[in-house]
Structure formats: structure tokens, C-alpha cells
Design a binder for this molecule. Structure first.
Ligand code: GDP
Ligand code: IMO
Ligand code: MG
Length: 430
């Protein structure tokens, strides 16, 4: 058996959580491979809405095993809040969630460092989610991290050592006044965090690389759930305005200990348009009424921070690049219904940079990039209640065909609303 991978092809928030939930009945195991509580994956069904941060989106459909892989960074305090809320809403977790010993812990001081690093950057700040993601991955790479597996070993010593290191760094980054205020606040957050650690100890820690490979050998099927999006990848995204993990398909190999030869289908999730939250370049961003309209109809406010998401037209230059990096086999298009009322829809097919037409995503898109658009007629009717592709209006079919021709990958699933049921399969085969 091979693992299938599902990931975002834009700047995150494409609708990954919804699709993982929809696909879960076809798999035995759902595994998160990178990122942490910077993610906010929204699921809606039976009139209820859930936002998942660290827990895989396979938790609502039957007794599937959900795995938090070694490439993930975990904040015990946020994990406790998320898990307790799920348990309280009637979704027991303990028997269905395994956590990799190799996952790194986000310490309270990592969050302080995240804020201090951002403040030091001033105007060029990344606009992080403030969850300590960057500093935690920094410690991992510099071999100073504290891992879930350390909770079974010499956790106390490692925690104290890391905290002292971080306080030294914070003293250098902050004014004396801010540092004192931060120390006072730390007392409360540390207490909550330690309660989270005790709660976490109640879960099953595993060597998830062995667990997943064993299950593959037994013929079990695995779906890997990505967080963030390809354009936020640490190596290939719009650096330095990126997150600190490999969000691309290769991240599933390193984050779960699955060999490249074991990767099967790679599902690329896209919005019918494009959004970005936080700083950084966004060539097709609309700073006008059309952008405001996309934001209003699409409810484009961050699931984690509540920040307004920047909105723009779909960017096929960036998408072709993302498809190449991930080896996408199937596309899944979300939020199609958001475009229902638009008279015309634009798609960026190339960039103009310094008077030259550029089709390959360039090294830098920070300045002087002008999108070149193809304009298509809108369908101007509601898609939300449709249940099969036979009902699609001609203009919507034309938009799908246009995207498939430009991107050279079939769009297998179309989402026409936030609810689990508002999902339409095309080319049904399995
Ligand atoms: P993720 O981080 O990729 O899982 O995506 P988010 O949950 O952060 O953002 C996607 C948002 O769009 C959520 O509020 C979903 O409920 C919503 N959503 C998902 N699919 C659709 C869709 O087809 N139509 C509409 N209108 N909303 C959708
Ligand atoms: P999901 O999984 C959208 C963005 C932040 C910021 C940058 C770095 O819900 O799609 P970080 O806190 O990771 O150091 O922030 O990345 N970002 C996301 N944007 N969706 C996400 O996750 C994101 N996770 C991080 O806004 O620009
Ligand atoms: Mg999200």
C-alpha cells in the first residue's frame, strides 16, 4: 500500500480540513505531517462547525486512527484546550489519536520569542500566527528542541535548559521593561502549559514511523493531511514570508518517515480564487471592491487569528509551480460558490516583470510583478444546492475545463459550500 497526501497549493486556508473529513471514510489512518497550531482547519456537518489546530481532520468519521506525526510541533496547552473541547462535544479521542515521540514541543518561551522576533523585524515582519512556530523549528534544526518522547525521559532537565536559553535570548531582544512584563506573564502561561503537559501524558506516544509503515505492510490505507500551503513552504515558498516547515509533499516523507517510493496520489487543494493572511507578496491581490466582495462572500477571516485574509484572483503561475513541486495527481477545487455572483472571473496566466512575460514562478515576486489575466464569463447562479456535475451551468464547466487545460491536472472534486455534503465528485472511479 502507498500513502496518499493531501495539501494546499496556495497560501493556506484552501479548505484542506473539509476535504480530509470528506475523504476519511476511504482510509484507515489520517496523519498530520508538519506544522502546528498555526493551522486552523474548519469542518462543518450536521449544523456544527469545528476548527482543528493540531488534531488531524479524520477524527469525526468513524473509528479511524489519527496520528500526529514527527514533523509536527505541538503546544500542550493549546492541544489540551482543543482535545477537551472535542471530548466535551462527544468525540472521544484517547483511543483514536496517537502522537509521535519525535514531534517537537512548543514551549511558552517559544511564543515569546516569536513575538520578539516579529517586533524586531518592524515593518518587514512576517505576520506570523504568534504560536511560536518559527522558534520551535529553529530549536529543532539547531538541535536544541524538546520532544514529546522526552516526556518519558529527562523532560525536566531539558525544559529548564531550553527555558534558560530562551530567556537569555529574550533579554537581548527586549527592553528591560518589556522583559520584566514578559516574565510576569510567563508565570501564568507556564502553569497552563505544564497542565497541558500532564494532560498530554494521558495519550499514546508511538514511534509513528514504524507504526505507519507497519500498517502499510498490512494493507491499510493512509491519508496524510498537510497544513499551511505550498507557497508558505520554508524552501520553495515566498521566502522570508513563509512558515518554518516543509509544507510540500516531501514534508510528508520527512514528517512521517514514509519513503518517497511509498507516495501514491497527491491531492492538491485550491480555492477557486486566492487568499493570503499575513505579510508578503501576493501578485493577484485585489485592493479594491472586488477584493472586498471576495472577502465578504467567502468569509475570509482567519480561523486562528481572526485576521482578515487578503483576497485576489486565482494565480496559475503560482499553481503550476506548486503542482510541479508536489507532483499533484488530482486537484480539488474549493469555494466555487463564492464566485456565484461575479459577472466575469479572472485567472492570472502569466506575470509581466520588467516588460517581460514570465510563466515560470520566479525567484522573487516582491516588486514590480504585474499579473496578466484571462477573463472568463461568470455563471451567475447559485452552485450551493447542486449535488451532481450534471447540474453545473455551462460557464462553470468552462471555468473547470480552462483550469484543467492550463494546469494539466484533472479537478476531481468540486466544493460548493462549507458543509460536508456540499461536495461534488467528477470522473467518479473509486
Ligand atoms: P484549511 O486551513 O485549508 O482547512 O481551510 P480553513 O478552514 O482555514 O478555511 C476554509 C474556510 O472555507 C472554512 O471556513 C470552511 O468552512 C470554508 N469552506 C470550505 N469549503 C468551502 C466551500 O466550498 N464554499 C464555501 N463558501 N466555504 C467553504
Ligand atoms: P492552515 O493549515 C494560512 C502564515 C501566517 C504567516 C506565515 C508564518 O490553516 O492553512 P507562522 O505562524 O507559521 O510562523 O506564520 O504563515 N500561516 C498561515 N496562513 N493558513 C495557515 O494554516 C497558516 N499557517 C501559517 O499568517 O504569514
Ligand atoms: Mg486554515
Amino acid at each position: 500500500m502507498k500513502v496518499d497526501v493531501l495539501l494546499g497549493l496556495q497560501w493556506g486556508d484552501e479548505g484542506k480540513g473539509k476535504v480530509v473529513d470528506v475523504l476519511t471514510p476511504r482510509y484507515d489512518v489520517i496523519a498530520r505531517f508538519q506544522g502546528g497550531p498555526n493551522a486552523g482547519h474548519t469542518l462543518e456537518f450536521e449544523g456544527q462547525k469545528y476548527v482543528l489546530r493540531s488534531i488531524p481532520s479524520g477524527i469525526f468519521q468513524g473509528d479511524k486512527l489519527n496520528v500526529i506525526g514527527g514533523g509536527v510541533v505541538l503546544d500542550p496547552a493549546l492541544f489540551k484546550a482543543e482535545a477537551e473541547a472535542l471530548e466535551a462535544s462527544g468525540h472521544p479521542l484517547k483511543s483514536r489519536l496517537h502522537i509521535s515521540r519525535k514531534a517537537h514541543l512548543i514551549l511558552p518561551t517559544h511564543r515569546l520569542l516569536d513575538a520578539a522576533n516579529e517586533a524586531a523585524k518592524g515593518k518587514s515582519k512576517v505576520g506570523t500566527t504568534g504560536k511560536g512556530i518559527g522558534p520551535t523549528y529553529t530549536d529543532k534544526i539547531s538541535r536544541n528542541g524538546v520532544r514529546v518522547g522526552d516526556l518519558e525521559r529527562d523532560f525536566d532537565a531539558l525544559y529548564t535548559q531550553a527555558k534558560e536559553r530562551h530567556l537569555g535570548m529574550l533579554r537581548g531582544l527586549m527592553t528591560a521593561e518589556d522583559y520584566t512584563a514578559a516574565l510576569t506573564k510567563l508565570e501564568t502561561t507556564e502553569k497552563e502549559w505544564m497542565e497541558g503537559v500532564e494532560y498530554l501524558r494521558g495519550f499514546t506516544f508511538t514511534d509513528s514511523e514504524h507504526e505507519i509503515n507497519r500498517m502499510l505492510k498490512e494493507g491499510k490505507s493512509v491519508l496524510c493531511e498537510g497544513a499551511q500551503g505550498t507557497m508558505l513552504d520554508i524552501d520553495y515558498g515566498s521566502y522570508p514570508f513563509v512558515t518554518s516547515s516543509n509544507t510540500i509533499c516531501a514534508g510528508a516523507c520527512t514528517g512521517l518517515g514514509v519513503a518517497p517510493s511509498k507516495i501514491g496520489r497527491v491531492f492538491g487543494i485550491i480555492k477557486a480564487y486566492c487568499t493570503r493572511v499575513g505579510g508578503g507578496p501576493f501578485p493577484t491581490e485585489l485592493m479594491d471592491e472586488t477584493g472586498d466582495k471576495l472577502c465578504a462572500i467567502g468569509h475570509e477571516f482567519g480561523a486562528v487569528t481572526g485576521r482578515r485574509r487578503r483576497c485576489g484572483w486565482i494565480d496559475l503561475v503560482a499553481l503550476r509551480y506548486a503542482i510541479m513541486l508536489n507532483g499533484i495527481t488530482d486537484l480539488i477545487m474549493m469555494k466555487s460558490d463564492v464566485l456565484d455572483t461575479f459577472e466575469t472571473i479572472k485567472a492570472c496566466v502569466a506575470y509581466e516583470i520588467d516588460g517581460k512575460v514570465v510563466e515560470d514562478f520566479p525567484y522573487s515576486i516582491s516588486e514590480g510583478v504585474k499579473p496578466i489575466y484571462t477573463e472568463l464569463p461568470g455563471w451567475q447562479c447559485p452552485l450551493g444546492k447542486m449535488t451532481s456535475e450534471d447540474e453545473f451551468p455551462e460557464e462553470f464547466n468552462n471555468y473547470l475545463t480552462f483550469l484543467e487545460e492550463e494546469l494539466e491536472v484533472p479537478i476531481r472534486i468540486v466544493s460548493v459550500g462549507p458543509d460536508r455534503e456540499q461536495t461534488i465528485e467528477r470522473y467518479l472511479e473509486n
